[in-house]
Design a protein around this ligand. Structure first.
Ligand SMILES: NC(=O)c1ccc[n+]([C@@H]2O[C@H](COP(=O)([O-])OP(=O)(O)OC[C@H]3O[C@@H](n4cnc5c(N)ncnc54)[C@H](OP(=O)(O)O)[C@@H]3O)[C@@H](O)[C@H]2O)c1
Length: 241
């Protein structure tokens, strides 16, 4: 299968969580800057890359804020298949949105000083009205899977349509596990923040679903461990067995 190098890059608390106020830990130092520089700025460890993948909850928490899309339920039937908008922008935000739920207002987003073009990854569960909504907003989409996401197909289609060489697997935990368990991740980069909070509901960096195989084991080989103040930057290669 043709696919880019895929690196998972995340901040994480000492107890393996990816959401919460551990980010404000007294000794967090410049962990946020370290995280951003590595993947989003020239000269960072993962520069260049063509963009990043995010799960639907991550997108709603950070960019679309649980807005409902403005759907025309009587929209004319859209053509079958994918919809790719020609684009010269160098960065993409690949939004894994199996059911077509996200209320985008534009086909671009801003993350710090990074501008990215939104691309939706749908399954056949997404409605005609949602696809018409994306077309009206000039948001590209690919369809990968019937009832559930076919992640290898999604990556294969994105690679061909957007000429990908390296992309980031950018969370949350559900998305990360769904890719890593299928061999769709080559390296894991963790900015380990020295804080723990008391939130019992927050997802782990790799968050299996109850339907996942509890026996599935993924192995890693340490590439580097770099202390930066009280933060530790860990890089592991994923063993493909
Ligand atoms: N610390 C960090 O570096 C970092 C980085 C990124 C995100 N985060 C945080 O992580 C939190 C969200 O994490 P999360 O694990 O709860 O959710 P998530 O992975 O962001 O999103 C999960 C949702 O994405 C869709 N999805 C993703 N992969 C899928 C697959 N293989 N098959 C089917 N559906 C798939 C499903 O959407 P539907 O439910 O619509 O079907 C699923 O419910 C956010 O609060 C975000 O801010 C932290």
């Amino acid at each position: 299968m043709k696919r880019p190098n895929i690196f998972c890059h995340m901040t994480m608390s000492l107890n393996g969580k990816i959401v919460g106020n551990y980010h404000q830990a007294k000794n967090a130092g410049d962990a946020g800057k370290l995280f951003y520089h590595a993947a989003f700025e020239p000269g960072g460890a993962f520069d260049p890359n063509e963009g990043w993948l995010s799960g639907r909850k991550t997108t709603d928490d950070n960019f679309t804020f649980y807005r409902h899309p403005d759907l025309d339920l009587s929209a004319a039937r859209v053509p079958d298949g994918d919809f790719i908008v020609p684009n010269t922008h160098p960065k993409y935000y690949f939004s894994i949105d199996p059911h077509g739920r996200l209320g985008w207002q534009s086909n671009q987003l801003q993350y710090n000083d990074t501008t990215a073009t939104v691309v939706e990854v749908l399954t056949n569960q997404a409605s005609n009205a949602y696809k018409a909504f994306l077309r009206q907003k000039q948001i590209s989409y690919v369809i990968a899977g019937d009832t559930t996401l076919d992640a290898p197909l999604a990556i294969s289609k994105l690679t061909t349509a957007f000429h990908l060489h390296r992309i980031m697997l950018g969370g949350g935990g559900v998305l990360n596990w769904s890719f890593i368990k299928q061999g769709l991740c080559d390296e894991v980069s963790i900015v380990l923040i020295p804080g723990v909070d008391g939130d019992s509901q927050s997802p782990a960096i790799f968050q299996p679903l109850t339907s996942d195989d509890p026996e599935r084991l993924v192995n890693f080989t340490l590439k580097s461990a770099t202390p930066v103040g009280n933060t530790l930057w860990l890089r592991y290669l994923v063993d493909h067995d």
